[in-house]
Design a protein around this ligand. Structure first.
Ligand code: HEC
Length: 98
């Protein structure tokens, strides 16, 4: 194999390996649901998200509260996982993002 191709493969981490990174930008509703159901229904059922008035007033508040609860629970969720749960809660309850 010519040397420049080997270097190119090394630099790109192989061909096609970059593809999984794309999905990171689109929140995953089902993963959000699974994370939420596994870690967050210990204390409250989803009913808490239908309170009037709701605690979060916007998507930033919701993200803040989810981040707070996740760290309070000792969960080491990365940004994608937090976004998935925010997305899940927003789609199923809050509808801040139209
Ligand atoms: C230790 C118990 C406990 C756990 C675990 C917990 N919560 Fe909560 N959560 C609460 C309580 C209690 C409230 C109501 C707080 C209030 O009224 O100030 C609440 C409220 C919320 C609210 C605001 C509800 C609203 O619309 O007013 C959100 C969002 C929320 N929790 C998300 C989560 C997420 C996401 C997780 C999992 C990472 C989680 N919670 C785990 C106890 C918990």
């Amino acid at each position: 194999m010519p040397r420049y191709i080997a270097i190119l493969l090394l630099a790109t981490g192989g061909l096609g390996i970059a593809a999984p990174g794309w999905s990171a930008d689109v929140p995953d509703l089902e993963r959000g649901r699974a994370l939420y159901e596994n870690h967050c229904v210990v204390c409250h059922t989803p009913k808490v998200h239908r309170r009037v008035p709701a605690l979060p007033l916007g998507i930033d508040d919701l993200r803040f509260i989810v981040t707070l609860w996740a760290s309070q629970q000792g969960l080491r969720w990365n940004r994608d996982e937090i976004e998935d749960v925010v997305f899940y809660l927003d789609r199923t309850h809050y509808r801040f993002v139209k």
